[in-house]
Design a protein around this ligand. Structure first.
Ligand code: HEC
Length: 106
């Protein structure tokens, strides 16, 4: 390795260490869409709940709000019928990526 390649190597190492950036890479988009699809079974297509649905919609809601709710379910601080179990099935990185996906739905 020469000195001139060092900054690039450092930039790649930095990118790899950032899950939020890494999950925004195109090759992960399909994976995140698959995770989001499992939520859509209850929350409606692309997180758009049908009118009068007892399950709240997720589409277009701020990512931070969705993450906060998911973390509260996961930690058990927000009581739930099903979401506490579902939330435990995802890592923090997955929750952030799924929340970003739903937040981006127009
Ligand atoms: C089996 C049906 C089901 C699935 C699958 C499901 N949810 Fe839920 N979700 C619910 C129900 C029902 C509630 C209301 C809280 C409760 O009783 O668990 C809820 C509540 C929520 C809330 C809180 C919304 C609010 O307005 O307070 C969020 C955020 C959420 N779900 C995200 C997700 C995500 C993300 C996924 C996929 C990883 C998912 N849900 C999968 C049924 C489901």
């Amino acid at each position: 390795m020469s000195w001139s390649t060092l900054p690039l190597t450092a930039a790649i190492a930095l990118l790899a260490a950032m899950p939020s950036l890494a999950s925004a890479q195109p090759d992960n988009v399909q994976r995140v869409r698959d995770w989001a699809a499992s939520c859509s079974a209850c929350h409606g297509p692309a997180g758009r709940a049908p009118a009068n649905s007892p399950v709240p919609g997720l589409a277009g809601r701020p990512q931070a709000d969705l993450v906060a709710q998911m973390q509260a379910f996961k930690a058990g601080t927000r009581p739930a019928t099903v979401m506490h179990q579902i939330a435990k099935g995802y890592t923090d990185e997955q929750i952030a990526a799924i929340a970003a996906w739903f937040a981006a739905v127009k």
